[in-house]
Design a binder for this molecule. Sequence first.
Ligand SMILES: Cc1cc2nc3c(=O)[nH]c(=O)nc-3n(C[C@H](O)[C@H](O)[C@H](O)COP(=O)(O)OP(=O)(O)OC[C@H]3O[C@@H](n4cnc5c(N)ncnc54)[C@H](O)[C@@H]3O)c2cc1C
Length: 386
Amino acid sequence: MSHNDFDVAILGGGPTGCALALLLARMSARPERIALLQADNQGRYGFTPGQDPRVLAINHGSRVLLESLKGFPHQAALIQTIHVSQRGRLGRTVIRHDDFGVAQLGCVVRYSSLHAQLSTAVAQSGVTLLNGPAARIRTQDSAGIEIGQGDHLLRASLAVQANGKPETQISRQYAQMALITHAQASLPRPGWAFERFTQEGPLAVLPHPDAAGQQSIVWCCAPERAKTLSALSAEDFSIALTQMFGTRLGNLTVQHPVTAMPLILNMPLAAVDGRSVAIGNAAQTLHPVAGQGLNLGLRDAAALAFSLQEWFDAPGSNPAQALAAFQQVRGPDRQLTARLTDVMSRIFTTRWPIVEHAAGLTLLGMDLIPALRAPLARHLLQGMRL
Ligand SMILES: Cc1cc2nc3c(=O)[nH]c(=O)nc-3n(C[C@H](O)[C@H](O)[C@H](O)COP(=O)(O)OP(=O)(O)OC[C@H]3O[C@@H](n4cnc5c(N)ncnc54)[C@H](O)[C@@H]3O)c2cc1C
């Protein structure tokens, strides 16, 4: 019998930490021996989860997982068609739900609603919730791992870093900020999501979960330009946005504050360190192009729970084998998704006409030849299935 206070301590109660807590609670005969430690202070971007202005495109696989955990929010906007284009150059592709024989390709939810729904499910799951100062791993030995949360010390057999922040140095500082807001379209197209590549960075216009005709905007551009755009009046920002996006949805009118978030790629080589393992943004922080970060994080949570199944029968034993299996199974999906989003975020911004033209032709080729489009679309929609 382990003398540790908990079998598993999850540091960070964001969407991936909550999803893992719920998955483990289902597997454990004693869910109270799973601790979820959530910091009271503001997160990486200066918001508490309830204030976070992000909207998240969730793919079909993530939705199924969240629904099974009773963590899917009530308000969600469906995505049935994805339109990908390049501003000022030839080339576009359209991905439709019926190409894949599914009713929808994904949906868009508010980060805050998703977090609220998951937190409610966690509160009912029997998991021990420890809200307080930021938690951190202090030491580990052959029998367990010691975690500090302010003055409070606890021991667990296994620690999961789900705090949204990789420990290692940033591996790429994108010279881009994401401007987040929402806009009303004068010619809305329900169910359509647009990813428009520009020389400044990708611009995503997604259906907003709150109301028909509302669009969620994620506009990635150079930091200086982001500063200038953020200082514009709502009217001038709306004009600049419509100019950049084009008129596929008529005029876009912004009446909401614009939030700027810095963008980085951060990916430690190994997600496992002894009795500690990282998942979600703590394991990989990606560019938001194509909306992959949380989808990848939820696949981490599901794969970790699966790898820990046998270990849960004897949680006092060493989890090394289970963690090694987790690391091996997750490697290809993490690497491929990080590379894909890294290339997609930069290839249209090279200002080398030949590269941008080639990228445009690739989009065109994908539009004309479904066999080219299918593997990329499938990866972005479902992730890597092993
Ligand atoms: C502009 C933008 C748009 C995006 N759009 C999409 C999208 O469309 N689709 C998609 O799939 N992904 C998207 N993402 C990525 C997505 O937001 C992240 O992948 C996701 O939020 C990661 O969840 P997480 O739980 O791992 O981390 P987080 O959401 O960062 O949550 C971590 C939690 O841990 C807490 N915490 C931090 N430190 C500690 C500590 N020391 N102790 C205890 N608690 C701590 C924080 O307060 C926070 O609540 C986007 C990201 C950005 C920036």
